[in-house]
Design a protein around this ligand. Structure first.
Ligand SMILES: Cc1cc2nc3c(=O)[nH]c(=O)nc-3n(C[C@H](O)[C@H](O)[C@H](O)COP(=O)(O)O)c2cc1C
Length: 178
């Protein structure tokens, strides 16, 4: 069974998760932008990881535009964002990224965030978003964390989720062998 891991990463968190998963299952790995869709035919299980910007998984539209080439394969998607993974954030991600239209497995990973590493446009976007959140007196726990991120970098590695995705890929490989 051949596994492919594709990813889109801005500051390296998604790339690290993608690399760790690929290494553990012996998968081929490529940045999404450097992968030719016609090569999808060579694989049985396809994993795509993208970082989250304003609720949108970066690269997801490009990735899903080739769904016809993947619809008979096992597809696993993971998103990497600073939000905590809850039932509510998961539902929002599925809705915003139209994942409900596809037969696939979806996992929400938590990444790291350091305001000082951003470029000027992203700094501006984040400042605006945080200002809006901070003004809301009814913010939830997740939003309360977001309200502090400009001054306090978040550093997180979701070992449990990596283990889970690895275990799913290994189970799929066993099923295909039998
Ligand atoms: C402009 C901008 C918008 C972001 N929007 C979100 C968001 O809506 N939800 C979220 O969970 N994380 C959001 N993040 C956090 C990133 O997804 C997080 O830092 C992630 O780890 C980046 O992954 P990367 O290192 O692979 O680029 C945002 C970050 C930036 C810079």
């Amino acid at each position: 069974m051949k596994t492919l891991v594709l990813y889109q990463s801005k500051t390296g968190n998604t790339e690290k998760y993608a690399n760790d998963i690929a290494k553990r299952v012996g998968a081929d790995i490529f940045p999404l932008k450097r992968f030719k869709a016609k090569k999808l035919a060579d694989y049985d299980t396809i994993v795509f990881g993208g970082w989250v910007k304003a609720g949108k998984i970066q690269g997801i539209d490009d990735f899903l535009s080739n769904w016809d080439l993947m619809k008979d394969k096992d597809v696993i998607i993971f998103s990497v964002g600073m939000s905590m993974a809850t039932k509510e954030t998961r539902a929002n991600m599925i809705e915003t990224n139209v994942l409900y239209d596809y037969h696939m497995r979806y996992y929400q990973f938590r990444g790291s965030f350091d305001f000082n590493k951003l470029g000027p446009i992203e700094k501006f976007m984040m400042k605006k978003a945080v200002d809006t959140i901070a003004k809301n007196p009814e913010m939830n726990a997740d939003q309360a964390v977001l309200a502090t991120i400009i001054d306090t970098p978040i550093e997180f590695y979701d070992q449990e989720k990596v283990d889970r995705v690895v275990s799913v890929i290994e189970t799929l490989a066993l099923e295909k062998k039998s």
